[in-house]
Ligand binder design. Structure first.
Ligand code: TXA
Ligand code: MG
Length: 307
């Protein structure tokens, strides 16, 4: 409790607090302070024109940053907040250029992790928080990951993140469009709203998750279909680290076996990528998951890791 109070004080003073959310750890700063957000971007090494998601304890607080709240936003918030969903809405004057990247829209999220909830309630206002990792690299799902990568004023430790990959992002600024798949699926959203989700438009607003190489380890990543795995290992031998569904192969020193269930896979993905990245191999070889809808979010992160 004392630590939460201290964390809120650091945020009020313009400092940086990393905190757990159910998706990944966030690097938090006061969303109303230009100076705090400048520090945040510097700590992440992120280009200043990229927008950040603003986090709140409640939907009511979140919607105060939007000037139009379409019925779809209320329905999605009611069903999925607090939880791993980010909504892009037309901004109100509370959402300043330094959190929107100068765009007319703002990203809003109400996380469910109890430590995030306590922090947001104690702080009261909006907390801008990108994933707590250097720009472009693998997101952090534990406090230890954050400490390895970033210099911040305080890291709140809430244990490993449950979901393991970043929130689903839905753009509601004109119609309903999916900007980033996540564990809340397109199908769930379509069946709730009884409408088809648009494909991401070419001219959709900038979002760094949309860059080609993102969520990426330093080691080059190669995706292989299950039937290609063996040939790739034969070709590369001991210089590969493998992430696969199948049992370890004795020719390979670094092998992480992943669950055949997408939620459990997502939960372990970033820790596994970090571990294989640390093995010092020439290539991280990853067995592609099935092409089915339930694997969409995981496939998205893997293909971005592969660049
Ligand atoms: O699960 C998550 O969403 C985590 C946790 C910490 O909440 N946060 C996260 O933040 O993944 P970040 O900054 O790493 O990714 C947020 C994505 C970026 O691709 C950003 O460009 C996009 O959301 N975004 C934010 N505001 C936007 C806006 N107004 N329009 C379009 N994209 C936006
Ligand atoms: Mg990120």
């Amino acid at each position: 409790m004392d630590e939460i109070r201290r964390a809120a004080e650091i945020l009020r003073a313009g400092g940086l607090v990393a905190f757990p959310t159910e998706t990944v750890y966030g690097l938090g700063a006061d969303a109303s302070s230009a100076a705090a957000i400048a520090r945040l971007y510097a700590a992440k090494g992120r280009p200043a024109d990229h927008p950040v998601i603003v986090h709140f304890a409640t939907a009511e607080n979140a919607f105060s940053f939007a000037r139009e709240i379409p019925p779809e936003a209320r329905k999605l918030a009611e069903r999925f907040w607090p939880g791993p969903l980010t909504l892009i809405l037309k901004r109100s004057d509370k959402a300043k250029d330094f959190v929107t990247g100068g765009q007319d829209s703002v990203g809003l999220r109400v996380p469910s992790h109890p430590v995030a909830q306590e922090l947001l309630r104690e702080f009261g206002g909006g907390v801008a928080a990108p994933s707590a990792n250097p720009f472009g690299s693998v997101s952090a799902t534990t406090a230890a990951h954050v400490r390895e990568d970033l210099k911040v004023d305080l890291v709140l430790d809430g244990g490993p993140s449950d979901v393991g990959i970043e929130s689903t992002i839905v753009d509601l600024t004109s119609g309903v469009a999916m900007l980033r798949p996540g564990t809340i699926s397109e199908l769930e959203i379509e069946s709730l709203l009884k409408t088809k989700i648009q494909k991401k438009k070419e001219d959709s607003p900038r979002h760094s998750g949309g860059l080609e190489r993102h969520y990426a380890p330093k080691t080059p990543v190669l995706l292989a279909r299950p039937h290609e795995l063996d040939a790739q290992i034969a070709k590369r031998g001991a210089s590969v680290a493998v992430l696969a569904f199948s049992r370890p192969d004795e020719r390979v020193d670094y092998w992480i076996r992943m669950p055949r269930e997408p939620q459990a896979y997502a939960q372990r993905l970033y820790a596994a990528l970090r571990e294989l990245d640390g093995a010092g191999c020439g290539t991280i070889l990853i067995e592609s998951p099935p092409e089915t809808a339930e694997w969409e979010a995981v496939r998205d992160r893997l293909s971005r890791a592969a660049g």
